[in-house]
Design a protein around this ligand. Structure first.
Ligand SMILES: NC(=O)c1ccc[n+]([C@@H]2O[C@H](COP(=O)([O-])OP(=O)(O)OC[C@H]3O[C@@H](n4cnc5c(N)ncnc54)[C@H](O)[C@@H]3O)[C@@H](O)[C@H]2O)c1
Length: 339
């Protein structure tokens, strides 16, 4: 493909605006041609801030535009499956934010539709796979540098938002494990070589946001997953960190271990003075993964243009949902759940 890939973005909320900016101003070989949002202020944003001429309030109208090659979905998770299927049926490549869907039948429907369109790229946004540090860790494991990896400990911890914005999302996010730990779940499978997951046990507590109780959700959750062959993963997700955003992963192998993201350091400056020794802290996931989000979009565009094959598959995304669902069931039942 010699011409620029023409992209339509759908959803211009918290993350959608970030993806849109990256696609409009920072990604090679693509043009952000169109945008869609049911919210008028977001459409105005697309026109005025991004300079997009073709702005739609209805997704069907964006899909009917023959001048769009690919669609980037940054919409509420409950819409992902139907919107991804509609994009494929309209002959567009599709990038959909994580998680692929909140139930397995929806995942299966997307996989079945994608199988009918092998010429189209369908990709799920597990952004950590595009982070330079996680990539280096996975390459080290693949090269055998820590022997056989058998334990992953991974956490996604957000700084506390006193307004509890995520309580508003609780009915549609799938809960803390599907929303946050799904990244750690995908990482664990990637680092451990895609083993089959067997059992999950989860527990959690509400430390600061009682509004979550009516949705059966928690603001701090812990889970253990058993994999075939004896490997284990331990996940921790929190919405209530006092200091900042802290995504950390440890992979333990028979000949060494790897640690990614310790202490949530924002940069490489360590200040020592009369108050002690300290460094600045990352404030949110975007600050931590901005480079990875850019690389992710770059890889999507390259895959659509036929320049690169994706290693992250829809099957990986479905397995992440399968494990996340079992963890969520265990949180509700208080019992180990078969995956
Ligand atoms: N990869 C990551 O680390 C990461 C981080 C945050 C969010 N996400 C994912 O991104 C997705 C969006 O999250 P968010 O925080 O930006 O949510 P958000 O609520 O801020 O934004 C959702 C957007 O979808 C739009 N929308 C709603 N219904 C629509 C419809 N029918 N058609 C078109 N647009 C519609 C809304 O107007 C809004 O612009 C979620 O699936 C979430 O899991 C991923």
């Amino acid at each position: 493909m010699t011409t620029s890939l023409r992209i339509g973005i759908v959803g211009l909320g918290r993350l959608g605006q970030r993806h849109a900016q990256a696609l409009a101003f920072g990604t090679r070989n693509c043009t952000l041609t169109a945008a869609c949002s049911p919210v008028e202020s977001e459409r105005v944003y697309a026109t005025e801030q991004l300079g997009i001429a073709q702005v739609y309030s209805r997704y069907e109208d964006l899909l009917a535009n023959p001048d769009i090659d690919a669609v980037v979905l940054v919409t509420p998770t409950s819409l992902h499956a139907d919107q991804a299927i509609a994009a494929l049926q309209a002959g567009k490549h599709v990038f959909v934010e994580k998680p692929l869907a909140l139930n397995l039948p929806d995942c299966e429907r997307v996989l079945a539709e994608a199988a009918k369109h092998p010429e189209l790229v369908a990709m799920v946004g597990f952004v950590r796979r595009f982070d330079p540090s996680y990539r280096a860790a996975q390459a080290s494991i693949e090269a055998g540098e820590i022997g056989r990896p058998f334990i992953v400990r991974s956490q996604t911890c957000d700084q506390n938002d006193p307004d509890g914005f995520f309580v508003k999302f609780a009915p549609t996010s799938g809960g803390i494990f599907m929303d946050c730990s799904v990244h750690d779940i995908d990482l664990a499978r990637w680092m451990l070589g895609r083993p089959k997951a067997l059992r999950a046990y989860a527990t959690g507590t509400i430390a600061l946001h009682p509004g979550l109780a009516e949705f059966g959700d928690v603001d701090n959750g812990l889970a253990i997953v058993d994999f075939e062959g004896g490997a284990k993963a331990v996940f921790y997700a929190s919405r209530t960190m006092a200091h900042g955003h802290e995504t950390t992963t440890e992979v333990i192998g028979t000949a060494g271990k790897l640690l990614v993201g310790e202490h949530a350091a924002r940069d490489r400056v360590v200040r020592s003075d009369a108050h002690g020794v300290r460094h600045a802290v990352l404030k949110d996931f975007y600050e931590r993964f901005e480079t990875a989000f850019a690389a992710e979009m770059g890889d999507f565009v390259a895959a659509c243009r036929g320049e690169r094959a994706l290693t992250l598959t829809l099957d990986d995304a479905m397995e992440a949902t399968r494990i996340g669902l079992a963890i969520s069931r265990s949180l509700a039942s208080g019992m180990p759940e078969v995956i």
